[in-house]
Write a protein that binds this ligand. Structure first.
Ligand SMILES: [Zn+2]
Length: 228
């Protein structure tokens, strides 16, 4: 799984406005507290569906977000999950999923299979459903920007296994949000929404590890964002 650990999630938004680093949420794309969100799998193995669902549901419930993730076998669903290999892992942010044509996926898991180890599956599914609930990447925090070594980042991400062009790198790594657009906590290096950042990517030695679980900040933040 070492190779997959170097694959980065390209969070998708209908307009290019991603930026930030911490538990942060774009206010514009936030759901209403208590809202029901239909989720449907477009393809894939039933045992994999069950595993993804169990992990995704950790975001909601009495001690977490006041949102109702309704997994549906058929019919209309706002969050539509695909497992297209080679398309990476990504999700639209929050309510932007409502703007996507209904025959298209709003979330993809490009490398999860029924054989994926549980820790790998948890890391990716918690992260992508975080996007689906409106959370942005922790590294795009507008208040305390990461000091990027741009050349090093571009060199790494333009090669295997990501093969991102410069526009994609700009959108997913360097772009910064306007503080007015987000609700954010202080920087949380343990957030599930943090990208793994090698020290070679920054000019001040900052680095972050791959986080496999929801942090305390993630948990408190989602509870406050979607109160009961
Ligand atoms: Zn992401």
């Amino acid at each position: 799984m070492a190779d997959n650990a170097r694959r980065f999630c390209a969070a998708a938004a209908p307009r290019p406005a991603e930026t930030g680093t911490r538990a942060a949420l774009l206010k514009e794309f936030q759901w209403e507290a208590g809202e029901r969100i239909g989720v449907r799998f477009l393809e894939g193995d039933a045992s994999l569906h069950e595993r993804v669902r169990a992990v995704a549901e950790e975001w909601v419930g009495p001690r977490m977000a006041n949102l109702d993730l309704q997994f549906l076998d058929d019919g209309p669903a706002t969050v539509r999950v695909a497992f297209a290999p080679g398309d990476g892992s990504w999700s639209y942010l929050g309510t932007t999923a409502q703007q996507i044509p209904t025959d298209r996926a709003t979330m993809n898991y490009g490398w999860l299979t029924p054989d994926s180890p549980e820790d790998e599956l948890r890391r990716v599914v918690l992260h992508e459903f975080g996007h689906a609930l409106g959370l942005i990447h922790e590294h795009q925090n507008p208040e305390e920007p990461v000091r990027w070594n741009r050349a090093a980042v571009i060199a790494d991400l333009s090669g295997a296994p990501n093969f991102w062009d410069e526009a994609t790198i700009e959108h997913n790594i360097f772009a910064a949000y306007d503080p007015e657009q987000v609700i954010a906590t202080p920087v949380d290096a343990d957030s599930i929404m943090m990208y793994p950042i090698p020290a070679s990517w920054t000019t001040d030695g900052f680095s972050a590890d791959l986080n496999p679980e929801l942090s305390e900040t993630d948990t408190g933040f989602i509870r406050d964002a979607y109160p009961w």
